[in-house]
Design a protein around this ligand. Structure first.
Ligand SMILES: C[S@@+](CC[C@H](N)C(=O)[O-])C[C@H]1O[C@@H](n2cnc3c(N)ncnc32)[C@H](O)[C@@H]1O
Length: 302
């Protein structure tokens, strides 16, 4: 318990004033014995505590200690039974809390689903996309497996000429549209394609080629995507999608593969894509081995 509090204290001075959302404690990374089932995130002004396994005594103690020490509202998410308890905040107030990253805001829906709409572990990928688009302001972007379109919001803020968001879920794409509006962006040049990526690569190629492709699939989603057999299918089509000189950010977050899995697929299937580097989860996501967390491999087409 003390380890959780002292870890949060380490980050606290820098995060408490800033609006930026982040992970404060990442037991899941395996660095802290007996705490693998606990994470704590910061979505100002809320501390979002997640337990992946039932641990009733510790749940109560942690909430109490966090409240006493940091004096912020708390959401306790019992992920093992998908129940939520709120402390010091009403449901209505919670619906006004947003994720904030690199100065942009994203709608959160805490207490509704397992996932609340925003992935904190993609921050390094976002920073990289930001740097890329700052040098290529009128870029055409393809955002595969777009979810709530956070990459699209970032790209629009940097002057991308077009962003094509692709996801099977209509409601996630509508959420993505709201995320643009939340940042006072119009959606001119922003497209929301409700499609199965695996069945639409030819169709998407006709709308391309793209300067930047973001390829961030789930590791596994029943009857939709399984990385072992499907990851390579998109890689194989990239020559049709990426402009010469264009780049791909190719992501995978299963702990069962290392970045070598992605790099080998590109080497074996594509002649003219050069491996640039790999990005990992940001500070806060302490991992025993950084390769266990998200891997974002960047390639450039020659
Ligand atoms: C890991 S999330 C993507 C996260 C997103 N890139 C972000 O950073 O917020 C996976 C998304 O893939 C979508 N999805 C899963 N299988 C799909 C498929 N075959 N075609 C299109 N979308 C799919 C899901 O609906 C979900 O929104």
């Amino acid at each position: 318990m003390e380890k959780i509090l002292s870890k949060i204290e380490e980050y606290w001075p820098q995060v408490k004033e800033s609006g930026e959302s982040c992970r404060l404690f990442h037991g899941r990374g395996g660095r802290y014995e007996g705490l693998k089932h606990i994470t704590v995130d910061w979505f100002s002004p809320v501390l979002y505590v997640k337990f992946y396994e039932e641990d009733l005594e510790r749940e109560g103690q942690l909430v109490e200690k966090l409240r006493a020490k940091f004096e912020r509202p708390i959401v306790l998410h019992k992920r093992y039974s998908n129940q939520f308890e709120l402390f010091g905040i009403s449901e209505e107030e919670l619906s006004q809390v947003h994720a904030c990253e690199l100065g942009l805001k994203y709608e959160l829906r805490i207490g509704v689903n397992q996932n609340h709409g925003f992935f904190l572990d993609m921050r390094e990928g976002k920073k990289w996309v930001k740097e890329f688009l700052q040098e290529a302001p009128n870029a055409k972007v393809l955002n595969l497996f777009a979810y709530t379109c956070s990459f699209s919001v970032l790209a629009k803020s940097l002057g991308a000429a077009e962003v094509h968001n692709v996801d099977v879920s209509k409601s996630f794409l509508e959420w993505g549209r709201r995320n643009h509006h939340l940042n006072d962006q119009n959606t001119e040049g922003i497209f929301f394609h409700k499609k199965d990526v695996l069945k639409s690569l030819g169709w998407l190629a006709k709308k391309g080629p793209y300067d930047l492709v973001i390829y961030d699939p789930p590791s596994f989603q029943k009857s939709r995507f399984a990385y072992e057999k499907d990851y390579r299918k998109v890689v194989k089509q990239l020559e049709k999608l990426v402009k010469k000189g264009g780049v791909v950010a190719s992501c995978l977050n299963t702990p069962f593969e290392k970045s070598g899995f992605i790099v080998d697929l590109y080497r074996n299937q594509l002649q003219d894509f050069e491996y640039i580097n790999t990005l990992y989860s940001p500070e806060g996501f302490e991992e025993e081995d950084k390769e266990n967390g998200v891997k974002i491999c960047v390639f450039q087409r020659r």
